[in-house]
Design a protein around this ligand. Structure first.
Ligand code: SF4
Length: 370
């Protein structure tokens, strides 16, 4: 059914949240310098070539032999420092292949990373993804050190809403339960009843057994959920700046050029895009769909590094890559990951009271029975 209403900060007389001005990346502080390990050599040598050869095998379909000598010294240094620090690296599906396939210990979508974060034994987690993901890891691991290689890696969805907005929505709709997509700040997670990801959004909404649910902040995911359930959905005016740019016309053009092509899309896309897709699903569901169907040619309507990561794994599937990059995800690079491990920076801090409340919303989602 269509969504029952859609709200934004302007509906409460508040200024519309823009992208907050990003602070310059901080310099290495004296405390960080004091706990630093020596910066490893970053020369391309026969030894580096030899010890990284098995990793290059994983990505040779998507990274050229000309590029690898610039990446391999970082890959080797990061993998050695990771061991020295006893750290684990979590990487989202939208990270570039040299990160996703060559230095990450665990890769996946937001739900997979949130679940894996609860099982991590290491005392140090390096989160290769955007800030709300690192916050989620910290919320679930309050006693561990969680690092993000660049704390400016934000998200247009997370910055579209605040905890104060959620309190105003609750005043406007008393008694209506609130579901927050994980793409939200800890402050927002602390105010809601339960979190969800794009993998489990419909299941989470229906688990509340309420006739109406407030679903925030992604208006398009809200519309997708509303199309899959009888529950009445009240939405928020947030959007992913990457998925919002795709259009139905673009998908029709792919199909006209090759009627046999398969098109799979992420539910953060607008409805006219999803109407043209052969399959709609979260990043994890999209990857599983390609693995199981093994199409000859496929267009993945999502952030473009994911197609590279799947291409590295499945070289015989031809990927058409519409390239909508997430500028926030792309802030995470090999040099910054190395920097994180050398200096143990940038540490993610969440107020313990907010973290405690937010943990309840995230754990309630994780503990939902399938
Ligand atoms: S791809 Fe969209 S939802 Fe994901 S981090 Fe980037 S802006 Fe946020």
């Amino acid at each position: 059914m269509p969504i029952a209403g859609i709200y934004g900060p302007d509906d409460f007389g508040n200024p519309v949240h823009g992208h907050s001005a990003m602070q310059a990346r901080s310099r290495v502080s004296p405390a960080e310098r004091a706990r630093a390990l020596p910066m490893p050599s970053l020369e391309w040598t026969p030894e580096v070539e030899r010890v990284t050869a098995h990793l290059y095998e994983r990505v040779k379909n998507v990274i050229s032999p000309v590029e690898w000598p610039f990446m391999a010294p970082y890959v080797r240094a990061i993998n050695e420092l990771k061991k020295a620090r006893g750290a684990v690296i979590l990487a989202h599906n939208y990270q570039t292949p040299e990160i996703f396939h060559c230095v990450a210990d665990i890769g996946g979508d937001s739900l997979q990373l949130a679940v894996e974060a609860t099982k991590v034994k290491s005392d140090i987690i390096v989160q290769c993804g955007v800030h709300f993901m690192a916050e989620t890891s910290k919320i679930l691991n309050p006693n561990k050190t969680v690092l993000i290689p660049d704390s400016r890696a934000g998200c247009s969805l997370a910055s579209s809403i605040t905890g104060a907005d959620v309190r105003l929505l609750r005043e406007r709709f008393p008694g209506v339960p609130v579901v927050a997509y994980v793409n939200t700040s800890a402050d927002v997670k602390a105010e809601v009843d339960i979190c969800c990801t794009s993998s489990n959004a419909v299941q989470v909404v229906e688990s509340l057994q309420a006739p109406t649910v407030i679903f925030l902040p992604d208006q398009y995911l809200a519309k997708y959920v509303a199309s899959q359930t009888e529950v009445k959905i009240i939405a928020w005016k947030g959007a992913c700046e990457v998925h919002e740019r795709f259009t139905g016309d673009e998908l029709r053009a792919y199909r006209e050029a090759d009627p046999s092509v398969q098109i799979i899309a992420h539910p953060e896309c607008p409805p006219d895009v999803l109407a043209e897709a052969d399959f709609t699903g979260s990043t994890a569901h999209m990857i599983n769909w390609v693995r199981s169907k093994h199409p000859k040619r496929v267009v993945m309507i999502t952030e473009c590094s994911m197609a590279d990561n799947v291409q590295a794994e499945l070289p015989d599937v031809e990927m058409v890559r519409p390239c909508n990059l997430c500028p926030h995800m792309k802030r995470i690079t090999l040099p910054k990951i190395l920097d994180s491990l050398v200096y143990l920076r940038e540490e993610v801090i969440v107020d313990p009271v907010i973290a405690g409340k937010a943990r309840r919303s995230v754990e309630r989602m994780i503990n939902l029975k399938n």
